[in-house]
Design a protein around this ligand. Structure first.
Ligand SMILES: Nc1ncnc2c1ncn2[C@@H]1O[C@H](COP(=O)(O)OP(=O)(O)OP(=O)(O)O)[C@@H](O)[C@H]1O
Length: 362
């Protein structure tokens, strides 16, 4: 298990600054996801860690040993860092066992390490198969087993599930996480898929324009995003203009308690769709809204609403067997406190795989 520390890492390609002073600690024995929109520098970060790129500034230390820094660049093959690419990692003419033992020292080849890592990824007994006799998901499992086999300091996973269909992806990423945990590996998963990062990682690092915007546990990231952009990037977000005063925000959804300290004045407020509660409008003095759309998702439904002042918001309802009719008037209540930030323009989360609405969804 190795801790990896990046300090002030800068990487430029000509006029493009792909990494712009990245400070980051990858804890030993944990899975850290690096999440960000297209072009934010995820692949560059991974390539710098692996040793495929030279830094323009800053340093990378693995267990306190500098592998990259001013005047220092340890080549990739001496870093003990394994990479699991998106697909096509296996040698087609070698069996599964030979693929895994390739690169292992003699002792490990003769021992049971190959069987051990095959069992870890749920493929015990598959050693004699050839890669073409495996499904895409099984091939990725072998690629993970091969990465783990030499007990590297760090495993880098470069969107390893992106070529697989959605149903397969969910099961595989869970199994891969368990395999990494069982082996005590330190791993970095690069992904642009918010759901993937939140569901598998112990820690998520959000990159934007070559900089770390936030590094936190998945639940903290979702509940306490650093700014409105992160709020919209990691989940559905209703962002409302409001005025803060004495710990509460005056919003189009009523006056709502703010979580955490916020200076009085204009703010942007975050309400998660699951915080909105709907009820029959008749006879209440609550905020009311008109139902514009009802999107059924099986496990839940998203209800697009228009408030009396024309503000659009979206509610997530769980009991989707009781659909709220389009055109109906409903009473809207907000459950729990909201987050608020001093009002400022919100950059759009351009290029996200599943772009999240930063402005009220409707
Ligand atoms: N070899 C290169 N030469 C010039 N510019 C590059 C090179 N590689 C990356 N870049 C630029 O550096 C920036 C970061 O690219 P990078 O590939 O790291 O982003 P990314 O977050 O991995 O994107 P994606 O999710 O689309 O793969 C982008 O502006 C990209 O165009």
């Amino acid at each position: 298990m190795s801790e990896v520390v990046l300090t002030g890492v800068v990487k430029r390609y000509g006029p493009v600054t792909a990494l712009d002073g990245v400070d980051l600690t990858v804890p030993a024995g944990a899975l850290t996801a690096v999440l960000g929109p297209s072009g934010c520098g995820k692949t560059t970060l991974l390539r710098c860690l692996a040793g495929f790129e030279r830094l323009d500034a800053g340093a990378i230390r693995v267990d306190g040993r500098e592998v990259a820094g001013p005047g220092r660049h340890l080549p990739a093959h001496r870093r003990r860092i394994a990479v699991v690419p998106q697909e096509g990692a296996l040698f087609p003419h070698l069996s599964v066992a030979a693929n895994i033992s390739y690169g292992l020292d003699r002792a490990d080849r003769r021992g049971d390490r190959v069987d051990e890592v095959l069992a870890l990824v749920g493929l015990a007994g598959y050693g004699d198969r050839m890669p073409h006799q495996l499904s895409g998901g099984q091939q990725q499992r072998v690629a993970v087993a091969r990465a783990l086999a030499p007990r590297p300091s760090l495993v880098l996973l470069d969107e390893p599930f992106s070529a697989l269909d959605a149903g397969l992806r969910a099961g595989l990423r869970h199994d891969v996480r368990e395999a990494l945990r069982a082996d005590g590996a330190t791993a970095v998963l690069v992904t642009h898929d918010q759901g993937e990062a939140l569901s598998v990682a112990d820690r998520v690092v959000v990159l934007r324009s070559g900089r770390v915007v936030q590094s936190a546990a998945p639940s903290t990231l979702y509940r306490e995003p650093a700014d409105p952009w992160v709020a919209g990037f990691v989940g559905d977000a209703v962002l409302l203009p409001a005025v803060a005063s004495a710990g509460a925000a005056r919003t189009p959804l009523g006056t709502l308690p703010i979580a955490g300290p916020t200076a009085d004045g204009p703010v942007t407020v975050l309400v998660r769709p699951e915080q909105l509660r709907l009820a029959p409008a008749a006879g209440t003095d609550a905020v009311t809204a008109t139902v514009l759309r009802h999107d059924f998702h099986g496990h839940d439904a998203l209800i697009a609403l228009r408030l009396a002042d024309d503000t659009r918001v979206t509610a997530r309802v769980w009991d989707s067997t009781d659909p709220v009719e389009v055109g109906a008037e409903v009473a809207v209540r907000v459950d729990g406190p909201v987050r608020a930030w001093p009002a400022m323009p919100v950059p759009a989360p351009a290029g996200a795989a599943n772009p999240r609405p930063v402005h009220p969804v409707a």
